[in-house]
Design a protein around this ligand. Structure first.
Ligand SMILES: *Cc1c(COP(=O)(O)O)cnc(C)c1O
Length: 228
């Protein structure tokens, strides 16, 4: 039988609640971002009607189209790689950006936000597993990079760190990686006490991510259904 978004939302919410209890954390610390890339606007509206109001997009043009067409109080998260010719669209349409990983992009985004007279919540993407195929700065650069951003780009409100988990690794390896990024965040917090967020969890590992301190979960198909 086809399970609708409502059923999936109930199931995921109760898993989040149970994982929070187990980790002795408050449910209020967790922000669920429904990853809506390549999903039609109807799907977003259906999820919004259930009370979901954080959505994640990977492509700037798609973000712009959807944010123009959907309810105005939706909080949009840009979670994909940032191309420098798209920073204007991202500045205009996103409230959060999870994938800051280069100074050049930070500078261009900061300038575009100046034009929009707007600030954005920003996360630094870290390539914690040092995977060649993956974007993100290397872990040893994260502290200096975060300090640089705070010092020079006032339109980026630095909130913490994000990473993309390796696919097809064991639960234990994922937890080890998540612990590493949580430790890295502690080093950053020492100088930048506002960097309280970790965007770690995805569909396959969000319960583990809650036990290791994630505050933002990015969940796509297991909540909204298969992408087209
Ligand atoms: C697509 C995507 C997700 C969600 O993936 P699902 O497997 O659909 O849950 C999470 N984070 C990022 C950065 C993504 O691009």
């Amino acid at each position: 039988m086809h399970k609708g978004i409502a059923d999936k939302f109930v199931a995921i919410s109760s898993k989040i609640k149970a994982a929070c209890e187990k980790a002795q954390r408050s449910n209020d610390e967790i922000r669920l971002v429904a990853v809506s890339k390549l999903q039609p606007i109807d799907v977003i509206n259906e999820a919004y009607a259930l009370g979901i109001n954080n959505f994640g997009e990977n492509y700037a043009k798609e973000l712009a189209e959807k944010s123009s067409a959907c309810p105005k109080d939706i909080i949009w998260h840009f979670i994909g790689p940032i191309q420098s010719n798209k920073v204007g669209l991202i500045a205009k349409h996103a409230n959060w950006v999870h994938s800051i990983d280069r100074e050049k992009i930070a500078r261009k985004l900061n300038d575009a936000l100046e034009t929009e007279n707007k600030k954005i919540h920003a996360l630094v993407q870290v390539n914690i597993d040092r995977e060649e195929s993956k974007s993100g700065i290397l872990p040893e650069e994260a502290v200096d990079f975060s300090n640089e951003l705070m010092a020079h780009y006032p339109n980026l409100i630095l909130e913490g760190l994000m990473f993309m988990p390796k696919i097809n690794t064991s639960k234990k390896a994922k937890i080890d990686t998540m612990r590493k990024i949580a430790d890295l965040q502690k080093k950053i917090l020492y100088k930048l006490p506002g960097c309280t967020h970790l965007s770690l969890g995805t569909s396959s590992d969000f319960e583990e991510s809650i036990s290791t301190g994630s505050t933002i979960l990015r969940i796509g198909e297991s909540l909204l259904g298969k992408r087209s």
